[in-house]
Design a protein around this ligand. Sequence first.
Ligand code: ADP
Length: 642
Amino acid sequence: MAAKKQFKAESKRLLELMINSIYTHKEIFLRELLSNASDAMDKLYFKSMTENLGLSRTNFEIFIEADIENRTLTITDNGIGMTRDELESNLGVIAKSGTNEFRKLSKEAEDTATGGSAADEDMSVIGQFGVGFYSAFMAASKVEVRSKFYGSPNGEAFLWTSSGADGYTIEACDKADHGTEIKLYIKEDGEDEETERLGDFLLEYKIRSIVKKYSDYIRYPIKMECNKRQKKEDSDEFEEVKEIQTLNSMEPIWKKNKAELTDEDYNEFYKSKFHDFVDPIARIHSKTEGTATYNALIFIPKKPPFDFYTKEYEKGLQLYTSGVMIMEKCGDLLPDYFSFARGLVDSEDLSLNISREMLQHDRQLKIIAKSIERSIKNELKKMLSNEREKYEEFWKEFGAQIKFGIYNTYGAAKDGLQDLLMFYSSSEEKMTTLDEYVTRMKEEQKGIYFASGESVTRINSLPQVEAVKDKGYEILYLTDHVDEFCLQMLVNYNEKQFMSVQSADLDLETEDEKKEIKKKNKDSKKLFELMKEALTDKVQDVRFSQKLKTLPVCVSGAGALSVEMEKVLSQMPGDRKAKADKILEINASHAICDKLQFLYDNDKEMLKVYAEILYSQAMLIEGISLENPAEFVGQVAELMTR
Ligand code: ADP
């Protein structure tokens, strides 16, 4: 008897979720096992093609055998099989990349579970990982996996057995052919609605319908012994005979005609192929002929997968040549800003033996990638004009990716992407595109105004925003860190310059107002010089401004790097602490002006303290934390108690 081994902690937790799951779609376990079988055969077929092993596609098949009496369901493939080590590492742990995320999520699910409705949470946790092999435990109380690796030395084969969370064993076994055989001991029917019909998974009609629904496209025959009624020879009577039948049509969905396919066909395919639990938000099914000949089926998910924003996430489309999968994730087919897209490309123009390195330089692949990029852009533009709500949903999930795209490519990709951008509009009070903004611009308006901050409310309270709004101009609110960096790369849109309302150069005043302020600034030159001295290293200049209505001060950016960008950069790791050039602007019609003048005439030391306080106040309005809050509080308290 082989010694029992424990599952890794996270795997155990996942397993427990599976075992106790009251999930209504238990049937997907079959889909997962059939996909694994198909992948294993793909792997061997690919190996055969590249190493000239002489196997033909017709050599491969999956066999399903249901034994109603013994309540077992066996799925056999003649794919590549697994070595002892592979059994151990593939079936003993959940996907490595997800382990940390899983730990976090399962902890959350646990917390929710103690609060009440655990089932849904559990399932959403599992869903984010792609259910995989463990889903077998939703239907089975015990699972045996017999596997023989292709080319296994001395024909050795191994048996992996587990009855659930308490662990598994691996021991040597006999197995004639290479490949994997998975035997499920189907659980007893339960009393409640969800578990009572588990025995149905042993019935021909049920298996047939599950295969049709989820695995029809699998390109290897999924066979099963079926009952068939036929006329008896030389008689009018009928008899039941057994016959091996192929349950799936084997035709890849992407090679079918669009007219033959329903939304459901596409959605089921997407979910089974890419392990998602929800339908995609959009799809592109294209057959392209010309400089490159290929079929593509691309989906835009509704939500990012759990690891989308981690380093582990790998972009890419599956790559097939003449129906054989040659790469699971071909990153070169997708630009980074569309890394959320899932799907596949099948082209006869690529060689089967092509290596990853060669592929990168393949001309044909580059043409295909360009063309795919174009179709994704067009699809998104179509969605934006025809299905606004859907687009906004998309934007919420993946908009940042596109904004990063503009920034990371130093604006090189802007032409195709700038029309996809959306920002919150001060006048519309909802998301708007740049094109829409421009059509609403006032005749004399000098550019596209924007303001940056943490949230719409926060930006609304900025004094500069009020001033621009008062002039009747619309402002775009930039609430994402990347926003301002993105606009900086764009420089302008439709020849309209982007202009920050938080910039010191904001040019809103009339000629008369400008003259007046110039004079005032000149008169107070000495006063400001003293204040500047008190704020060395902090501001480049101190001056009067017309744009403030009620508040006494604000701080404005004077260079290419805005105050808001400085804030974003300061939160990033590393000690590259870039500083924005700042101007302290004082409200020329505020009572503080007289006080400052008074202090200049009578108490220059106090004037310096006032300068510091005003500066701190301006920073707080901008939402920037003070370097020394205690000092600021001390200064204010001192004034309060005078
Ligand atoms: P995933 O398929 O998402 O990687 P699974 O839990 O379903 O996750 O399977 C884990 C791994 O076990 C697979 O990646 C594969 O390497 C291996 N495996 C599963 N089923 C088979 C099979 N029938 N033949 C060969 N290898 C298999």
